[in-house]
Design a protein around this ligand. Structure first.
Ligand code: KIV
Length: 269
């Protein structure tokens, strides 16, 4: 039997094989990512910006996350799907965190959840969810859910080394099976990766993490002018899509579409 759960990520780290991941928010994209063979799919709360036009992730609700997680789970039945716990779904108490995580598994059919941060409270939430039998991915470094509190998206540099290492080690001790390292000086991400036994998945964290993740809209060139240094675009789908839409519009206006090959003629019988 092929391994697809959190165990796959552990095996990859042990064997020195880099882990590949993308976000997805819908059935179609999840189906294509599974065909391409990604190791896991994150239904990120980046959904807020990527799919719903929000300016940050803070308006994303549990109900929205569940709808999109279920769509992704249906599109990628043989891939580990991880539901990203949105702002407000875990901070208040361990009980709330466990209840929200259970919704991701029960209603969203996810295989695991992810939550942001490695302070004492956040580590306690991870421990509680893991104790309830649900695998948890941690997330340290730049934390998009803290953007309003911190007044912007701030890359984490080595001057925060001690805190970062402590958070990463605490998350590992609490039972996280892997962790995202986001927006971080490369050397720091490397040191964390070498200090923990669980896999690290980088986004804007340089070359030495155990795996990489990108937001699917960004890597497909569907995010307009958003072009941070860490991002590589593997396609320019916005250009292709606008071209398809405007060709359709001009063909409809000029009577080119539908052509005879697209029409139903009278039955012959
Ligand atoms: O929401 C998201 O897409 C994420 C990734 C950036 C890791 O958390």
């Amino acid at each position: 039997m092929t391994t697809t759960g959190p165990e796959l990520l552990r095996q990859r780290k042990e064997q020195g094989i880099r882990i590949v991941s993308l976000t997805a928010y819908d059935f179609m994209t999840a189906r294509l990512e599974e065909q391409a063979g990604v190791d896991f799919i994150l239904v990120g709360d980046s959904l807020g910006m990527a799919m719903l036009g929000h300016k940050d992730t803070l308006g994303v609700t549990m109900d929205l996350m569940i709808v999109h997680t279920l769509a992704v789970s249906r599109g990628a039945p043989d891939t580990l799907v991880i539901g990203d716990m949105p702002f407000g779904s875990y901070e208040a108490s361990d009980e709330l965190a466990v209840a929200s995580a259970k919704r991701f598994i029960g209603e969203g059919e996810a295989g695991a959840v992810k939550l942001e941060g490695g302070d004492v409270d956040q580590v306690s939430r991870v421990r509680a969810i893991v104790s309830s039998g649900i695998p948890v991915m941690g997330h340290v470094g730049l934390l998009p859910q803290s953007v309003r509190r911190l007044g912007g998206y701030r890359i984490v540099y080595a001057d925060q080394r001690e805190r970062m290492l402590e958070e990463a080690l605490s998350l590992e001790k609490a039972g996280a099976f892997a962790m995202v390292l986001e927006g971080m000086e490369e050397g720091l991400a490397k040191e964390i990766t070498e200090s923990v036994a669980i896999p690290t998945i980088g986004i804007g964290a340089g070359r030495f993490t155990d795996g990489q993740i990108l937001v699917v809209n960004d890597m497909l060139g569907l995010s307009g002018e958003f072009h941070p240094k860490f991002l590589k675009r593997y396609a320019e789908l916005d250009i292709s899509m606008v071209h398809a839409f405007s060709t359709f519009a001009s063909e409809v206006k000029n009577g080119v579409f539908p052509g005879v090959e697209h029409i139903y003629s009278p039955r012959e019988d």
